[in-house]
Ligand binder design. Sequence first.
Ligand SMILES: Nc1nc2c(c(=O)[nH]1)N[C@H]1C(S)=C(S)[C@@H](COP(=O)(O)OP(=O)(O)OC[C@H]3O[C@@H](n4cnc5c(N)ncnc54)[C@H](O)[C@@H]3O)O[C@H]1N2
Ligand code: MOO
Length: 393
Amino acid sequence: MIDTATALELVLLHGSKQTEIIEISLKDALDHVLAEDVISRIDLPPFRQSAMDGYALSNTNSLTYSLIGEIQAGDSVNPNLKIGEAVRIFTGAPVPDTANVVVMQEKVVISGDTILVNGSLVSDMNIRTKGEQIKIGDIALNKGTIVKGVHIGFLASLGVVKVRVYKKPSIAIVVTGNELVRPGSVLSYGEIYESNGAMLTSVLEELGYNRTTVIAIKDDLNKTIKTLKDTINDYDIMIVTGGVSVGDYDFVGKALEVIGVQKIFHGVKQKPGKPLFFGKKERTSIFGLPGNPAAALTCFYIYVYPLLKKYEGAQQVNLTSVTLPLLNDYTVLGSRAQFLKARLQGSGVEVLTGQSSAMVKSIVEANVLVFLPEHSSNKKKGENVKTILLPNK
Ligand SMILES: Nc1nc2c(c(=O)[nH]1)N[C@H]1C(S)=C(S)[C@@H](COP(=O)(O)OP(=O)(O)OC[C@H]3O[C@@H](n4cnc5c(N)ncnc54)[C@H](O)[C@@H]3O)O[C@H]1N2
Ligand code: MOO
């Protein structure tokens, strides 16, 4: 069995990479990865803008100015201010080329058509200079950026309507087990509701991956071979859950071998997720995740998520981790590296009870995973631990 760092390295080394680039509307670009730098075609702001409601004037060290007009946001005017003249102006309106100061209205006393400035005037005050955010021809967003709502807002402010991104992978989620029954039917003794399919589909959707299909297989070697063989070529990524361990009816490893999947590794010194499998066949990357739901989800975040990001050429492939103090003692069981379900509370992290791989209930409460390396000793409250932040939690 290999260690967790080697496993992740091998996934990133051997996992496939998308080369197909598509052009899509900016409004559909959420969670896609930019396939090229986006260059600004305008200065932002495109003209000198007033940052305040007030008066624009050319500072002549006088405190008295006569009003000659008004400029609203959206007006397309550029009046020529003579010495001693000012215009009423509003936030976002174009500042005349002949003005170098905007005084906010609270600092002005009006008397008929004359204003008296109460305070000092500093050149360029309350004026947003042309191109102060970004200049025409500059890079607005780098290739490899994962597009989020703020990026869409920024690009919209530059007038961008289409972006070139990497095509999302198609993903097959194959759930295995005789005991699995679709929610909606009544359970017979020995049966459980199938939940990994719904969980992985939804977690993938939260991350912006919608090209998913769930396929269910019974514990039968020939059927497993046939279904995996019929499925594998149609998808970029195949995620199988269950049947990857050592039981007499755990057929996934054998079936993948029969259909010619190149095994990269099978087994990692970690808890949960000891039986994790990773392999590839032509363009398809194949994960065999443990059937236990919390183990499957943990392996998804630690290994599948980085591959999805690498696949799309993202700059950052791993989940963000931080170092935080433990809020409780934790007794380490066994020598494998551990990914513990935990929750951020204030400035620390609490390891949750119910660490069993089978417990879906406790992973619901978790918003982070605490990572303890192999052979860790028992942890005391206050000790710093590596804490992996889970997305959308
Ligand atoms: N003798 C050994 N037994 C086991 C070992 C071992 O090393 N030696 N490893 C254990 C570990 S660790 C894990 S994790 C599990 C993983 O086993 P499999 O990946 O083969 O998974 P299954 O046995 O098929 O299922 C495990 C568990 O999860 C439930 N399950 C499966 N699929 C689903 C699903 N789609 N939705 C909900 N629940 C699911 C299944 O009913 C089992 O309870 O092996 C240990 N055994
Ligand atoms: O490694 Mo298994 O995922 O502990 O339960």
